[in-house]
Design a protein around this ligand. Structure first.
Ligand code: GLA
Length: 585
């Protein structure tokens, strides 16, 4: 389908010259199993959306500084855009390169942090150069999909809520505009900011949009003050919210957000609902917030959105559809019903593999240095780092860390001693060294890099000196454990010791369908089903189940691997037909 072009007039948008209102919703292809993209896009159109809004995660697309761009499977952005076009949807593309989004480091690649001085999101050439390279790799895939070339991408966002960064580097914003324009992006550009940041985030000659969750009238008026002419648009209407470990499950009342949507549409404004469908922070991809206190985001990005994490329409979906229908044509097809769900209870995981015993085979290469090396120095983006050295003497003592980023499990001669969490500002632990030369092991988890605010530069691993009874510990080994492939693990039914253990089991599926993995009596860790990384679980909650997309399963035998960092009561899991995201707050 040849898609029409968007233009900006004094009194609103035009699509191929005719007045047009953007009714959009956000969904992130990188948070959805690729075999479900078409389904989610279809349901977007059925709710009455004419547009979808999509971020691009630089960190996944360019895992290494010198490229190439990864565009396969779940990262096949060209395919996603083509599916949107096939559904007749326009696309607002937000290529960042900083995207926030509760996504690891707001999408900035970990390798950017190797240079201790790079000033992120500024005109610092150490930041600009890699951004140029990224856009050079990315834009050739976007150009043929711009509306001006017959594709679905009608507009492109510059940066993301730059006004909130406090950085005020106009040259940085100008540089991004120049890169997009010289890279052939000839559709309208826009910025999005919260109302209080509109002055700092805007770029002369670029359309401004305003982000909010409530108070539509007031925020749209503020936008009008900053932009006397042109379309009014809410760039992110927050219809739900995200959760953090240890907090409650955030929801927003259906009727309340319906009324705000109505207010936006009644004002004649365009809108982008954030999120239309949130999806999942699979693997290690969640971000964290740090407003003086490090708070990692959970695995589910359900967001209390109109389409839930499993792609089923909620009460909000129905209310939004009715509301949109009062202002625009909505397809006549009925609201899709919920998809089939699979239930399988009492799956045993009888095989085990000790993480510490098999770390050498699993990760690496191990590097030796006077001090513990950071995850970034090890060339690693996600996962864990295993640090080891020897304790100098026998006896009681206090082990002190400069900083733990973000969670350290301490073991002496293979026996767990305790855990330190950055979230709790823990930096010291008492322990007994059995002998001079006792083995000190510190397994450090990257719980997700900060994606918003001043703490964006969030290097991982052990930072600063480590001391035992005030004596610096030296001669460390640092072993990267990215856990991006588990094929080297060898499992057996023998006991695997008291440290972190991989548990493996198999189960039969007759007809693959979506399901939710519940881990009663398990403590904390990560799960893979048929090699697909479902994400992190934690008894701390609020989330107590993990979404398993149907396409991950197959008819016949399936494999589940759980890395349990502490211990499990019974070593049994359930696949159930409903999630447990915790009590609503
Ligand atoms: C801002 C950002 C988004 C997201 C939301 C909160 O609006 O632009 O990327 O982080 O906040 O979910």
């Amino acid at each position: 389908m040849l898609m029409p072009e968007l233009s900006i007039a004094d009194d609103g948008f035009r699509l191929d010259g005719r007045p047009f209102r953007i009714i959009s919703g956000s969904l992130h292809y990188f948070r959805i199993h690729p075999e479900q993209w078409a389904d989610r896009l279809h349901k977007a159109r059925l709710m009455g959306l004419n547009t979808v809004d999509v971020y691009v995660p630089w960190n996944l697309h360019q895992p290494h500084r010198d490229g190439p761009l990864v565009l396969d499977e779940g990262l096949d952005l060209p395919r996603f855009l083509d599916l949107a076009a096939a559904e007749g949807l326009c696309v607002l593309l937000r290529p960042g390169p900083y995207i926030c989004a509760e996504w690891e480091a707001g999408g900035l690649p970990a390798w950017l942090l190797v240079d201790p001085d790079v000033r992120l999101r500024t005109s610092d050439p150490r930041y600009q150069k890699p951004v140029e390279q990224f856009f050079e790799l990315l834009l050739p895939h976007i150009r043929p999909r711009l509306a001006t070339a017959g594709g679905p991408v009608v507009a492109v966002q510059v940066e993301n809520e730059y006004g909130a960064s406090g950085l005020r580097d106009r040259a940085h914003l100008d540089h991004l505009v120049t890169l997009l324009r010289s890279g052939g992006v000839d559709v309208p550009l826009f910025t999005s900011d919260q109302a209080r940041d509109l002055a700092d985030g805007g770029i002369p000659g670029v359309l401004r949009t305003v982000n909010f969750g409530r108070g539509a009238g007031e925020h749209l008026r503020t936008l009008r003050e900053h932009q006397p002419r042109g379309p009014l648009m809410c760039g992110e209407f927050w219809a739900g919210w995200f959760d953090r470990w240890g907090g409650g499950h955030k929801t927003r009342r259906d009727e309340e957000v319906r009324d705000t949507l109505d207010e936006i549409l009644a004002a004649g404004a365009s809108v982008n609902i954030y999120m239309f469908h949130g999806g999942t922070n699979f693997g290690f991809t969640n971000g964290a917030n740090d407003k003086g206190h490090y708070r990692p985001t959970v695995t589910s990005y359900d967001y209390d959105a109109p389409l839930d994490e499993a792609g089923d329409p909620t009460g909000k979906y129905r209310l939004f559809r009715e509301t949109i229908a009062r202002y625009a044509d909505v397809p006549e097809e009925p609201v899709p019903s919920a998809g089939a769900k699979l239930t399988l209870r009492g799956i045993r995981l009888p095989e085990r593999a000790s993480l510490l015993a098999q770390a050498g085979a699993l990760g690496g290469p191990t590097r030796r240095a006077e001090r513990p090396l950071s995850m970034e120095e090890l060339g690693q983006a996600f996962g864990f780092v295993l640090y080891e050295t020897e304790l100098p003497a026998a006896g009681d003592g206090v082990l002190c860390f400069g900083e733990v980023r973000d969670r350290a499990q301490v073991l002496v001669d293979g026996q767990p001693v305790g855990t330190l969490e950055r979230e709790n500002r823990e930096q010291a632990i008492g322990l007994r060294s059995p002998a001079a030369g006792a083995r000190l092991t510190v397994l450090v988890e990257n719980q997700g890099r900060v994606n918003y605010g001043a703490g964006l530069r969030d290097g991982k691993g052990l930072v600063g000196p480590v001391t035992f009874n005030e004596q610096p510990l030296s001669d460390w080994t640092s072993t990267p454990l990215p856990l991006d492939a588990l094929g080297a693990l060898s499992f057996s039914s023998a006991a695997a010791g008291t440290g972190p253990v991989f548990h493996r089991g198999t189960f039969e599926v007759a007809a693959p369908a979506d399901t939710f993995l519940h881990l009663p009596g398990w403590t904390k860790g990560n799960v893979w089903v048929n090699g697909f990384a479902l994400g992190r679980y934690w008894s701390r909650g609020p989330q107590h189940s993990l979404y398993v997309p149907g396409p991950v399963l197959r008819a016949g035998a399936n494999e589940i691997v759980v890395l349990e960092l502490h211990g499990t009561r019974a070593g049994v899991v359930d696949f159930r037909d409903a999630p447990d995201l915790g009590p609503a707050e």
